[in-house]
Structure formats: structure tokens, C-alpha cells
Design a protein around this ligand. Structure first.
Ligand SMILES: *[C@@H]1O[C@H](CO)[C@@H](O)[C@H](O)[C@H]1NC(C)=O
Length: 276
């Protein structure tokens, strides 16, 4: 304020200026709060819509899988209990079809995620890919023919968001598959779900405001480890035969240890990072 703004007989005018300044700051504060509020409610809206969509997907999937019967049939239970090497062998020989393997793991993953909240999204059209694999002649079967795989949230899967647990990254679906995912698809694998991570991934916990909390298999009051926490829990609980995580400082190995499965970090430079 310059001096000539303040008349000498100034008390009243001084107060008027003070009131004006106060009003301006109050308006600015209100604008800022409202802006924050509208960003927040936009994010809440996005999260709510996505969780509704996922609930709907799971209902559909459950209906498809049960078709009046049970979710975990004896045959499905037998399939998910096979060690990976034997599952691969039976898929190769055609004793188990890609569709059967997929359905068995979808059913098991639905059960497991109800307990631990480790799956974020199910891939509904995975059965189209399994059916296409089943139509292949035996000579065209790849080494991972029909093996269902789960994919960590942060790894790009075409048509799905890599959210890192941030509402901001919802509704920005990946345009293509990460090189790692595409390589396994080309070998015959069938991605069937994405799994939870801690927000921004810089943590050995596994919760975020989009997908919620993934709990430890043995004690729901404890963390499952991170950042590939959803993967480790899903694999350890038998809901996926093979999961893709990522690991810089222990993000695959630590949750595997916390959950009771094997976490493997390939040699640096072995795996392409595109889409991770
Ligand atoms: C990427 O993965 C999705 C999901 O499995 C699949 O539908 C799509 O065909 C893949 N893209 C390519 C180029 O193979």
C-alpha cells in the first residue's frame, strides 16, 4: 500500500483497507479450498466408478464360472494344486486346456482376493485368448501355452491403467503391453488379473486410497511386504501360478518372503524395462 492511500485522518479508512485485504485473502482461501475440494471430489468419483466397475466384473465372472454350480469344483482344485512344471506339462499334452486352467485360476483368485484384497482388476476377455490358444494345432504351442499369469499394477497391460495406487492415474489405460508381458504372451501365457501395490510403490507395505489394503496371509494386522505385495499374496495363496512383479531394492523378494513364496530378481539388464 502506498502512503497516499492512507489519509491522515486515517483510522476508519485504515480499517476499511484492512477489511478489504481480509476479504481478498478470505476469497483467495475459499477459492483455493474449493479448488482442492473439486479436485478431491473428482478423484473420489473416479475411484468410486472404478470400484463399481470392478465389482460388476467380479459378479459377471462369478456367474460365468459357477453357472449354477460351485466356484471351486474338484477339477479346478486339482488344477490349482499342480506345481507349475506339471501344469505346463499337462497344458502341453492337452490333458488340461488353456480355458480350464484359466477358469481354475480365476475361481481361486476370486476366493483369495476376498480374503486378502490382493487383486485390483480382473481381465474379463482373458477367456477369448485362452479359447484362441485351445484352437491352435499342437505344433504351434509355445513353452508357456495356456499358463495364466498375474501382473503387478505398475506393469503395463494393454487397456488397463497402471495406477501406482494414485487416483490421478485412473482412466489412462496403457496403449500397449510392457515388453515383459508381451514376451510371456508370445510364449503362450494368459494374463488374467492385475495386483495391488503400495501408493507410489516406495514401501514394504501394500495399501493405497484407490484399491485399499492388501493384508498378510498369516496375520491380517500385518503388512504383506511390498511393493509387489498383491502378487506375492496371490501366488502364495495359490491364486496364480506365476506373477510378474518388479524389484529394485527388494520389491519382489521382500513380499515373497513375507508371504511364503519365491521371489526372483533377474540379473540387471536381463529384462527390458519398457512399460514398467
Ligand atoms: C496385450 O495384452 C492384452 C491382454 O492380454 C491382449 O489382449 C493384447 O492382444 C496384447 N497385445 C498384443 C499386441 O498382443
Amino acid at each position: 500500500m502506498s502512503a497516499h492511500w492512507l489519509p491522515s485522518a486515517g483510522d476508519v479508512d485504515g480499517r476499511a483497507v484492512g477489511v478489504a485485504c481480509g476479504t481478498v485473502s478470505a476469497v483467495a482461501l475459499l477459492w483455493w479450498l474449493r479448488k482442492g475440494h473439486s479436485v478431491k471430489s473428482e478423484y473420489y468419483g473416479r475411484v468410486r466408478r472404478r470400484l463399481d466397475l470392478e465389482r460388476h466384473r467380479r459378479q459377471l465372472l462369478t456367474q460365468q464360472l459357477t453357472a449354477g454350480g460351485q466356484l471351486m469344483t474338484v477339477r479346478r482344485q486339482l488344477i490349482v494344486e499342480l506345481p507349475l512344471a506339471q501344469l505346463i506339462e499337462q497344458l502341453q499334452s492337452g490333458k488340461i486346456t488353456a480355458t480350464e486352467a484359466l477358469r481354475a485360476y480365476q475361481a481361486k483368485a476370486l476366493e483369495v482376493t476376498q480374503l486378502y484384497n490382493c487383486v485390483t482388476e480382473f481381465v474379463l476377455n482373458a477367456d477369448e485368448r485362452a479359447a484362441a490358444l485351445d484352437a491352435l494345432p499342437e505344433s504351434k504351442r509355445g513353452p508357456l501355452h495356456g499358463v495364466p499369469i498375474s501382473v503387478k499394477d505398475s506393469i503395463d497391460l494393454e487397456g488397463f491403467d497402471s495406477t501406482l495406487g494414485l487416483a490421478k492415474y485412473l482412466d489412462r489405460p496403457a496403449a500397449s503391453n510392457a515388453t515383459l508381458v508381451q514376451t510371456l504372451i508370445d510364449l503362450g501365457a494368459v494374463p488374467f488379473c492385475k495386483t495391488n501395490v503400495p501408493q507410489t510403490m516406495l514401501s514394504f507395505g501394500c495399501s493405497n486410497p484407490v484399491w485399499g489394503v492388501t493384508t498378510n496371509i498369516r496375520d491380517p494386522a500385518r503388512v504383506p511386504g511390498g511393493s509387489s505385495g498383491g502378487e506375492a499374496v496371490l501366488v502364495a495363496a495359490g491364486g496364480s501360478p506365476l506373477g510378474l512383479g518388479s524389484d529394485i531394492g527388494g520389491s519382489a523378494r521382500v513380499p515373497a518372503l513375507f508371504s511364503g513364496c519365491c521371489g526372483f530378481k533377474p540379473t540387471c539388464g536381463r529384462v527390458r524395462y519398457r512399460g514398467l
